[in-house]
Design a protein around this ligand. Sequence first.
Ligand SMILES: [Zn+2]
Length: 287
Amino acid sequence: MKELDLSEFPPGTVTEYTTLVCLACIFDIFTKQIGLAPRSAYTEIKRYSPTVQELTSRTAVRPFFDSEEKHPRCPYCSAAKRWHARLDTHCIEGVKTTDVPRRKLSKNLKQDQFALLEVKSDRRKAFFDWLDTLRISLDLNDPAWLLEATRAYLERKFPKEHWTTLFEDLRAVRPSSRLEDGWERDGARLFLAPALYNESLLVQYLVSRSHEHGGRTLEGRLTLMELIRRLRRGGYLETHNISSGDQFEILDKLLDEIAGAGQLKLYYIVDRREFLDKVKSVYASYA
Ligand SMILES: [Zn+2]
């Protein structure tokens, strides 16, 4: 099956989810629990469109499951692989930079093969979805993750820049008080303006805070209190009018800075091609 071409979307604007669905379980639900005849069950199942929650949840429930194995068994009914279908979901953030490629893409999709779902959301949630996906893609036991997380944040914030080139053979990221904004590559080091550097520390902290006590950053392990103290010393809080409050109120305002505030639409594209194929072949053997 041809993969969707998502190369025109800026990095960090598309989140991918994949889940397996057990058709034996689905047929079972439709025929035994709901009591439909196989033929009607087949018609209903073809029309069946999972919810965003079912498609993107990190913990799957029946008839959905996740598996890294080559020949997995359904965890609920132990059906073999020919009963499983993969559902890939792409979530596109409804921001200015994705409008044109998104319209172009959805125009080219066959309606029965792909389901398009629009969900009202906000920037904060989109940011945490992004953070979640980033955390899964990183190996927090390999110190290189700190640079990768920094790059991912910069890509998200400045999608037009060529970060792959800027991070090639990079050894370190450092703050530079000479820079008022932006960045500068010097040899194997990338210098960031202090505010940008501090934001990247916050992202590193958020990525790693649930991994161990406190978070790990390019400045070593930091508690939230230490991170805030650092941002205050560097003038970040003052510049962004974050003055008072306890650490959690301050974190909340910091998140408005790096995640952005306000409404946002999320566009989900569900690839149903394998699902439809499998439903057909499974029904043939079922009926
Ligand atoms: Zn099953």
